[in-house]
Design a protein around this ligand. Structure first.
Ligand SMILES: [Zn+2]
Length: 269
């Protein structure tokens, strides 16, 4: 969960050990399920069953209350006229313009969106880094100077091969794929050595590599970013839990401009 967000329910799975893939995460902080396709249906069925046992109207309104409270505390702080993020697929966004060198204004079939460029890009990079973390051996080791023991430990913990290389020097002999051939590799490794856990490290790397706010983007660059961002698994929030976009629905806009009042009259419709 992003920081300061809370689940409204926890599902407890009983899984035979051979159905668990233990080896996808270097620090074993995440486990993966084999034969994933069977789980969504089973979980839906279990939730449906759990909810159907609450038949009493008093109880069910209590359930609704719990759901509402959970939603409210997880609010994005958006204005009430903005429809909160629902399960509408993020698709078909067309970049129109950059606002204040920070927001991409985009047209969507159902309205108009503002996307913050830095955190949208951070989300894209974070997922790439997370999914392609597996460090690979490098021919030329990267040399790091003056590391404290805890930094060396941290680099080992996130799965890198590192060993002493003379006086106050260490050689890093394997790197995550995305670090290969980067000019800021040393700075990135130092940052990694200071981050708390693997996820924190990956977020830090994504943040430092993402397009800054204040950087001018061309229309094709904006469209590329929107396309990549729409393809992410969790496009709604950045890895820190901040919302990435603001959605203005056409229905809200037409209400705001009171368009329904003048249908059939000569007010430009
Ligand atoms: Zn950032």
């Amino acid at each position: 969960m992003p920081r300061d967000r809370f689940p409204i329910a926890v599902v407890h799975l009983h899984v035979p050990p051979d159905q668990v893939d233990w080896n996808r995460h270097p620090a074993k902080a995440e486990l993966y399920l084999q034969s994933l396709e069977i789980w969504p249906d089973r979980i839906s069925a279990a939730i449906e069953q759990a909810l159907s046992t609450i038949e009493d109207p008093g109880e069910s309104s209590r359930t609704q209350q719990i759901l509402r409270v959970a939603e409210a505390s997880a609010g994005y702080g958006l204005d009430r006229t903005i429809t909160p993020a629902e399960e509408t697929p993020l698709l078909e966004l067309r970049a129109l313009a950059q606002v204040h060198d920070m927001y991409i204004m985009a047209e969507h079939p159902s309205g108009m969106w503002l996307v913050e460029q830095h955190i949208a890009h951070e989300r894209v990079l974070y997922e790439q880094i997370r999914d392609r973390w597996n460090p690979v051996p490098v021919e030329l080791p990267v040399l790091l100077e003056g590391l404290k023991p805890v930094q060396v430990e941290q680099l080992k913990r996130v799965g890198l091969a590192i060993e002493p290389f003379g006086e106050n020097l260490w050689a890093v002999r394997s790197l995550p794929e995305l670090f290969l051939g980067r000019s800021d590799g040393v700075a990135g490794l130092i940052e990694l050595s200071l981050a708390g856990d693997l996820q924190g490290a990956q977020v830090a790397v994504a943040c430092r590599s993402a397009i800054r706010n204040g950087v001018k983007l061309s229309l094709p660059q904006m469209q590329d970013l929107l396309d990549a961002w729409q393809g992410t698994k969790n496009p709604r929030t950045c890895p820190h839990g901040r919302p990435i976009f603001l959605r203005l629905e056409e229905s809200s806009l037409s209400k705001y401009f009171r368009r329904s009042w003048v249908v059939g009259k000569s007010h430009g419709i």
